[in-house]
Design a protein around this ligand. Sequence first.
Ligand code: EPZ
Length: 436
Amino acid sequence: MDSFLIRGGTRLKGKIEISGSKNSSLPIVAACLLADGPTRLHGVPRLSDIDSMNKLVGELGCHVFRNEPAASGHDGPPLNGPLDIEVRDEKVSHARYDIVKTMRASICVLGPLIAKRGRAQVAIPGGCAIGDRPVDLHIRGLMKLGAEFRTEGGDIVGEVPKGRRLKGCNLYLGGAQGPTVLGTINVMCAAVLAEGNTVLVGAACEPEVVDCANLLKKMGAKITGEGTPEIKIEGVDKLIGCEHRVIPDRIELGTFIIAAALTNGELELKHCNLDHLVAVVDRLEEVGVKIVRENGTVFVSSSRRLNPVEMTTQPYPGFPTDLQAQLMALLCLGDGMSVITERIFQDRFLHVGELNRMGAKIRKEGPTAIIQGVRELQGANVMASDLRASAALVLAGMVARGTTKIDRVYHIDRGYEKIEQKLRAVGADIERIEEK
Ligand code: EPZ
């Protein structure tokens, strides 16, 4: 398993190109199962999670081809070539455990398979480092549309009764922790081919939901209200392959904005959409980070003094849980006491122990972490645990005194494209150690 070796103390300065969104690409690749004919996707990042999803839809009868990148024509690394996906064979509708166990987002094939093929068998995704990951809301929504479910040897089996078609209806999708992003997308992907109209109440409003709805509308779906808690869908008989560019990755953008703030650097972040991070900009400006937008580019700089703040993670448009660990890394150096409350996942504080090993002073009180700012962090050997906690350790390592070794960086490779190349290109002293 590879590790990162990071020597702290360098200010980041320069340009970074933001990749396409992982959390938009994953459900969009799954949604291609709904279409007749080829779909061409632009901006899909090269990540291990994307490879897993491509492998999964390949096993489900799709031809998946990654084209070579065109000449970059700019100073950054070459853009990834478009991803072509076409359904060739609809016989198999079983998403096998050994893929699903590595990537929970495999659950995204459930809605498309049930809607298009009338049957889906998907291994029940287990828990993960950030807590249980139930799919009860996905199943409840699909059942309201007429699918019938049973469990079989650790798999969820969903079927549309013989000779019947999914039937649109008004349904509520919210759960105890608020809306579900992938649950909203799964039910939306099923309702677009259902008979009649569906109103999805309590829908997630994340930009990734809107991006998937835009793909489906290009395929011929009739959807309104995406991005609001009420999505209206008029079922159609058929969807046709299309061409689509996925939105920029707002979590990668937020991670690099915080990297600039932490190292007191100056970064120019290209091909991004700051409208997707209004709550994050609100908190970071309170910390004292200077963020200026010019068209699709964001300029970030910060003064030495970082103000302490309070933050609670919430569903969109609130502060995203996927940037909670990264903000915590920043607040470790705040001038005073900060408070972070995690409202989306019950155990998303695995980074606390590792940051404390680097000299941070963080105390957990249930869903809340109290961060007493310190003057500096010290490099240490630390362990990556989940994707975003690992990103927080990279950030901390870049500002700590001395050297930090982060083991199990495969967690990072799931969600950040070429992260060490991008950071090295703006001055970070980071290298990957490949464990033979
Ligand atoms: C998506 O996961 C993202 N993943 C997550 O990003 C992100 O943290 C999460 O949304 C919240 O924004 C992808 O898009 C691939 P949820 P998702 O369903 O859809 C509970 C990352 O780091 N819930 O919105 O699986 C659930 O336990 C990843 O990139 C149910 O109770 O999350 C949680 O408490 C991590 N029943 C809350 O809802 C259900 O059926 C929100 O989860 C579904 C969810």
